[in-house]
Write a protein that binds this ligand. Structure first.
Ligand code: NG6
Ligand code: CA
Length: 529
């Protein structure tokens, strides 16, 4: 059992602190003299840790979670060879807050700036804050991020032509190779350890989220230049024929190729795990699919009948397979814990005409769940959640409730330390499939609103605002009266039990407010009669 090995490691360290002379004497007495001294077994290597994080992958988007329309054999192999969680949660129904919680172990609603960030936002994580990579560094790890960051960079106005700091390297990553925000936001360049890759200093980059640069075409004014049409938002600067959010000028040689992005990040992730080192590593491989704009490499176009959204999920799945193959070829698979999940639930039309809704057919991106990205209903935050460790984790399906928040405390336990991040619960045994005692409760977040799950019950406070976000066609979970569901009999949240179970409603509100604080719902006492 790995835990006992960890304890051994800790004990060995303690023994090393005992004065040398005492050790020598003790050994000579105990072993009958120096000549017969046995060499201590080598300290076991701590496992490598890889978090593979998809962007907007829904609860029902993988074969192992019920999809028939999107072949995902490589992710399915992890799910079916490891623990497949049916109650695994992201901390938020949108990206930046989820990623903030993942890396810090802190609920996103504790930080008022944890919202979907523009590409020019300052770093959301305080550089003095504890993070998973910092914690793992202190446990002897090397740490890296490859892929989507979307947690802000710098402290205010960023000069993209100089070293960009603080960023991932200042919150615990030894190595970073990132896109700043999202694939649909400028700047559309890769940044390696704080420097824009392939930047020509004679063609400096300028970025603005408030106004265009003179003479630059936009999606709004220059539809003739577009290879992908915008549906809502996404009508600012045009890069590779795709209109983006935000304005950018210059940096021509540094601009990424959208269709090559998956291969590009994969190559960086593979190179990282291949680079020889003495230390165990933590790699956060943050893939960009199936977020918009969906730009499958030509060899994946038509991989599904669902159009680009299905095709980029197949592309992502292929990347996962290639990445796992590299771990195997490097002899690392038996000593690597892999966690695969998604930052929030699914959306079909998220701002471009890419046929995702038209070609969706019977596919249920959210599975049996209600809502989707941006929603307080379950599909906003309940996502595929898989742990895999060849030879260590036995295949099983676990209904235990776990949240990405819990990785901080659980990875601390795995590597032999404690981490008292307030919101992160130590779930190591659950993640390794040795226990089904998951979380008792969890506060869920969606676009600055919060809901509460306790056991099988879900309480969604009353919120003003539209019931449906019309452009994305997703039910947000807003309702003039508080909602109460029991997921055991009603996973699709169709039967509101608030009026028939007033005591339960009262109890849930009280428990929710005990964590969240009072005044964070529009629920009126009269509803709780
Ligand atoms: C929204 C964008 C959406 C997506 C989202 C962030 C518009 C109209 N919509 O504001 O396309 O980029 O932000 O997604 O601009 S996330 O997964 O990174 O949270
Ligand atoms: Ca996302």
């Amino acid at each position: 059992m790995y835990l006992s090995t960890i304890k051994m490691t800790v004990n060995t360290k303690k023994i090393q602190q005992i004065p040398l002379l005492f050790c020598l004497v003790a050994c000579m007495v105990g072993c009958g003299g120096p000549s017969k001294k046995k060499t201590a077994p080598p300290e076991p290597q701590k496992p490598n840790i890889v978090v593979i994080y998809l962007d907007d992958l829904g609860y029902g988007d993988m074969g192992a979670y019920g999809s028939k329309a999107i072949p995902t054999p490589n992710m399915d192999a992890l799910a079916n060879g490891g623990v497949r969680f049916t109650n695994g949660y992201a901390s938020s129904a949108t990206c930046s807050p989820s990623r903030y919680a993942l890396l810090t172990g802190s609920y996103p609603w504790r930080n008022k700036n944890a919202k979907i960030l523009p590409g020019t936002a300052p770093l959301l994580i305080d550089t003095v804050q504890q993070t998973i990579p910092k914690m793992l560094k202190s446990q002897g790890y090397e740490t890296a991020i490859v892929g989507k960051w979307h947690l802000g960079l710098g402290t205010g106005v960023v000069d993209w032509n100089q070293e960009i700091s603080p960023g991932p390297n200042e919150v615990g990553f030894d190595y970073s190779y990132i896109m700043a925000a999202t694939q649909d936001r400028v700047p559309t360049v890769y940044i390696e350890d704080g420097k824009v890759v392939n930047l020509d200093q004679n063609d400096p980059i300028e970025v603005s989220y408030s106004k265009n640069f003179e003479g630059e075409p936009t999606g709004k004014d220059n539809p003739e230049l577009l290879t992908m049409k915008w549906h809502h938002g996404h009508n600012n600067s045009i890069v590779n024929g795709i209109p983006r959010i935000g304005y950018m000028k210059g940096g021509e040689s540094a601009k990424w190729s959208d269709v090559d992005m998956a291969d590009h990040f994969l190559a960086k992730a593979q190179a990282y795990v291949k680079s020889k080192r003495d230390k165990p590593f933590f790699l956060y491989y943050a893939m960009q699919q199936p977020h918009v704009p969906r730009t499958p490499h030509p060899r994946f176009v038509g991989a599904t009948e669902l159009g680009p959204r299905g095709d980029v999920i197949v592309e992502a799945d292929w990347c996962v397979g290639q990445f796992i193959k590299t771990l195997e070829e490097e002899g690392l698979l038996e000593n690597t814990l892999i966690v695969l999940s998604s930052d929030n639930g699914p959306v079909l039309n998220d701002g471009y005409y890419d046929d995702a809704d038209i070609k969706n057919g019977d596919h249920k991106a959210a599975g049996v769940l209600r809502g989707g990205k941006y929603s307080l209903f379950e599909a906003g935050t309940r996502v595929p959640f898989i742990t895999y460790w060849k030879g260590k984790i036995e295949p099983k399906v676990s209904d235990a409730m776990v949240c990405q928040l819990d990785l901080m405390a659980s990875l601390a336990a795995l590597t032999g330390t404690d981490e008292n991040a307030s919101d992160s619960q130590e779930m190591l045994d659950v993640l390794l499939g040795n226990s089904v005692q998951g979380r008792e409760d969890l506060v869920l977040e969606a676009t600055s609103r919060t809901a509460y799950r306790n056991g099988d019950w879900v309480f969604i406070p009353a919120y003003k605002g539209p019931a449906i976000q019309k452009q994305v066609k997703i039910e947000l979970g807003n309702s003039p009266e508080a909602l109460l569901f029991n997921l055991k009999d009603d996973p699709g949240q169709q039967n509101n039990l608030a009026t028939t179970h007033p005591e339960k409603l009262r109890e849930m509100l009280a428990k929710y407010e005990a964590i969240r604080g009072a005044g964070h719902s529009d629920t009126k006492p009269m509803e709780l009669k």
